[in-house]
Design a protein around this ligand. Sequence first.
Ligand SMILES: [Zn+2]
Length: 451
Amino acid sequence: MSKIYNYLHSFFYRSKDAVRGSGIYSLLRRIKSEQRLPLNELRELQNERLRELLKRAGEHSPYYRDLFKSANIIINDRFGIENLRELPLLSREKLQNNYKSIICDNAGQVFSNSSGGSTGAPVNFYHDENYRRFAETASLLFLDWMGINSGDRTAVVWGADRDFKDLSRRDRFFIRFDRVKALNAFSMSDEKIGRFISDINRFRPLYVYGYASALYLVARQINMSEPLKFKPKAVRSAAEMLYDFQRREIEKAFGSAVYNFYGSREINNLAAECSAHSGLHIVSSGRIVEIVDEAGNPVPDGESGQIAVTDLTNLSFPFIRYLNGDMGVMSTKPCSCGRTFPLIEKIQGRTSDVIIVDGRYIHGEYFTHLFYHKPEIVRFQLIQEEAKKLKLLIVSKEKDPDLNEVISAIRSKVGDGVAIEIEFTDHIPVTASGKFRFTVSRLDQSSKEKV
Ligand SMILES: [Zn+2]
């Protein structure tokens, strides 16, 4: 029965793809054939795509045109990945100051987007149709790596700004058709998590995914009560750093492997684990990842450095050697699965604490969403100093930024009984490991009794 459903589900999406001419399934076949190419052939493909991106950037993006001219960079037919180091890095600050001139003058339809990012500093940027198609295809590729079939029952712990009942009829239809049960990570409590666990015990999902810290909360509650009545094929953790203690707790609760996943709002679907779990394969068909030092020189595999990403797919808004704010380590070994897409061994990415008010868990991402499209805010950090006291640190370009919307959104989530103090500052320190945390809880998160 389930196989028939999988077939029908896949048939529906393939037909939709064919009718719309979006080309997702043909691209998926192409990436699947590229993932096991000999390394020299893969590199040649990437070099071709890189030259196309760079030539376009040099001709049509005012920002890169000036940059290439002043650095005397000429993109000829021998230019390849090994020459990337000759190009300057694109920091988040440079992106934020220049995004209007990065966009190509011959761009077709583009979609505006913005991100709070892992450093707590918001940036604005654009995606084109080609980027979207690739990102969507890569997400299907990752399902294939995890052994998940089209239409497999899915449970999600994710941030949702609207409840199921507030969705349009069409969206509700697709949630049912895709067989998805969701728990809103922006509004969790022990009671809601308990209900979600009973729901999924009846629903028996084959695939579970969510924010690492939210999945961890669900897993901890499962491990403190009865074992689950089902075992999914895969659990996927995304959007933030997955710590080893979280992975262990989640694997124990669900009895299946956790697949780590890496991407950001600027360049999503960047890398993911395969069933060998020896690192995250970069989707090399569309992305180049370098690990670099402060000066932009590549560091040897096995050593830690800044992650610089070149997106080969977003041709209307070139991200070239973009420092997304995360640190990482490239693996020195090939993967036992036989795929030749390179492995990132470790990512030291964004971290956030869950804010807990009156027994309700509010995922840190809720707060980062409030700062999207607020370019005047350079950086922010929300600190829960006591159970009933929040402090919002702000680094702002403007002297007196309008924070009314942000404050009322925080107020609506935490209620009237919590004091919210705002402090303007010039600098917000990073953690000992060099990572920025945009939400910090001074409460002991491992023992809820103290809250
Ligand atoms: Zn592998």
